[in-house]
Design a protein around this ligand. Sequence first.
Ligand code: ASP
Ligand code: MG
Length: 406
Amino acid sequence: MSICVKKYGGTSVGSIERIEAVAERIINESTPGVAPVVVVSAMAGETNRLVGLSDSVFKGYRGAAYDMVIATGEQVSTGLLSMALEKRGRKSRPYLAHQLGILTTSTSSKARIQKINTDAILRDISEGIIPVIAGFQGVDEKNNITTLGRGGSDTSAVAVAVALKTKECEIYTDVTGVFTADPRLVKKARKIKRLCFEEMMEMASLGSKVLHIRSVEIAAKFKTNIHVRSTFEFSDGTWIVDEGEIMELENPVVTSVTHESLTTVFKLNALPKGPKVLAQVFNELAKESIVVDVISQHEEQSSQRLAFSVPVDDVTKTNEVLRKIFPNIPAEIMEDISKLSIVGVGMRNHPGVAAKFFDILGKIGVPLHLVTTSEIKVSAIIDKKHLEEAANAVHTAFGLDAREQA
Ligand code: ASP
Ligand code: MG
């Protein structure tokens, strides 16, 4: 008996009709010898509503009580989907993470999965029962309910797939796959057939919302392929696989143009000199689980300048941390900032990619605030008002536009 883990996102279970349709599809597509194991997100919009409720009691609070509240969305969708399967004559059992034993670290709202007990799932499978598992949540050593970070049910699904030793994990969503750019921003974006884990990880960390980054990290580590596909269509989606499985010529040098439409840049213009100060800043931020993104530093005669970007969600916390370390050095906070990036493993062996990227931005007159590169990506922090034009120009210049239909 083989196992297929299927994860359904918020829009896929966004209404009763959609939940019924998902149940129908799970049953219609089940083939003898392949047991489905289902993981679900909360119904679309529900987690935002729950975050809003928490905020209205205690804005910015993070702790066990917060996770307990925001994890409840998945409880409802899990129960409803399991019920919809039973209505159709299939045996199903719903699971919250703590009932199954999805053990995580204790960091509230950013917990990491440490272990998954598969006993109950395997028992269900042997009895012909379809397990439906609440994504996004876990339980820590002290029995607190934890959550994995927004979008985290992808990570639940891949972790379950890895724990069950399956070769692949299906992620059903409201788009037909991963695109060369966000089609809402770049009209000529195309669906990518296959891309490698590393590229997808870069894309997720650079702002692509298709998959939770940690789901790709886990998939890469255990070489579990991910198939991102639509809940509403039957076509093949995008496969995320090991680099070795992709032929060199299959993908162009740049595979995608990715963006984060809103980020925030902090600038500190007169910090005391030396690496110790920098270590202190980033240590204190790390203690608060704040992931700093682009960093730029510049030595002056008697001081140093530092600029770095953080996700919008972490602005308040970042400001608090900086105020604590440097009560007398004001930080300039730049809002309405976007990050535009190009990604592709092909860049490793092709010179001139960064040059071309900056050249295009220069030609259309987009000022750059910060810049960063790695082996397989180049990013620029720009004003949000230039994002759309810049993304389209870069997409065209790197030959990614969909060909016009003749
Ligand atoms: N429901 C959670 C969220 O909205 C987790 C997920 O959808 O993956 O962030
Ligand atoms: Mg998601």
